[in-house]
Ligand binder design. Structure first.
Ligand SMILES: [Zn+2]
Ligand SMILES: [Zn+2]
Length: 271
């Protein structure tokens, strides 16, 4: 009672069990006028357009993955969600369309468009609204056998704790049975100042460059006529973090007037 962590309203007794209980507002210190008012309990929200007492229960009620253990662990995450756009969902595989395999040896294995869209908070202080916006997402296999649900859950929790990406949820490939994380791999690098990627409609990861979409354009339409060299350059290209850092195959006839300077060939590149 010394530290005022909650707002305590009183004490009651459960007439069935005989237990005494404190009647309190558990999230009192987090409730702020600037977050807006909860429609359900009429108190201020605990984060923009989100009441931690009332809202997590709504998202936890209306889904099933077909596996009770997985349902329970997703619901556990959901009931502890502190913000609307951090809620983790069960995402049915058929809601992920235009799936494309990614072969650049990163953790991302597929990208897809999520029909239910990602969660965003719009508006400004005191007047926030929840919304969902069309977006591309990435998929990464959890590499666990279907039989080992516990291992799968542990794996997933590790990724959440890493806090490296923005995780939207979990899905199961209906053909292979494999579970996958649905996430935004480059979330921390995406910033408004970099502009919007024409392809995936998210903020770019660097000035006018989306590290997920743009490298694919670079690896197409050229060859050195040596597969090993092509593969080596393409590997660099697929990991390029900025437009001006892309390494290219340069045809010798695009280089004008090579001049010998010691052991270095000094050249001009054409257009
Ligand atoms: Zn509420
Ligand atoms: Zn993109």
């Amino acid at each position: 009672m010394q530290v005022e962590k909650y707002r305590i309203h009183g004490i009651t007794k459960n007439t069935e069990t005989g237990d005494y209980m404190i009647v309190l507002d558990f999230y009192y210190n987090e409730r702020m006028l600037s977050n807006g008012t909860c429609e359900h309990c009429k108190r201020f929200n605990t984060s923009p357009a989100w009441c931690q007492s009332c809202d997590p229960w709504k998202s936890a009620q209306k889904f099933t993955s077909g596996n009770e253990e997985i349902d329970n662990f997703i619901k556990e995450f959901q009931t502890n969600s502190t913000e609307y756009d951090k809620v983790i969902e069960w995402i049915p595989f058929d809601r992920l369309v235009n799936r494309k395999e990614i072969k650049n040896k990163s953790e991302v294995e597929f990208m897809a468009d999520w029909l239910d869209c990602i969660r965003i908070i719009e508006g400004e202080s005191g007047n926030y609204t929840r919304s969902r916006t069309i977006s591309r997402v990435e998929l990464m296999k959890l590499h666990c056998s279907q039989a080992s649900t516990l291992k799968l859950i542990e794996n997933f929790k590790n990724h959440v704790q890493l806090d490296k990406y923005r995780i939207h949820g979990i899905t199961q490939d209906t053909e292979t049975g494999e579970y996958m994380i649905v996430f935004d791999f480059y979330h921390q690098k995406r910033k408004p100042i970099n502009g919007i990627c024409e392809d995936c409609k998210r903020y770019n990861t660097y000035l006018a460059w989306c590290q997920l979409c743009d490298p694919w354009r670079e690896v197409q339409g050229w060859t050195s006529n040596d597969k090993d060299i092509d593969d080596c350059i393409k590997e660099f290209q697929l990991k390029a973090t900025a437009y001006e850092n892309v390494i290219e195959w340069i045809h010798f006839d695009r280089l004008e007037g090579p001049k010998q300077i010691g052991k270095v060939l000094y050249t001009y590149q054409l257009g």
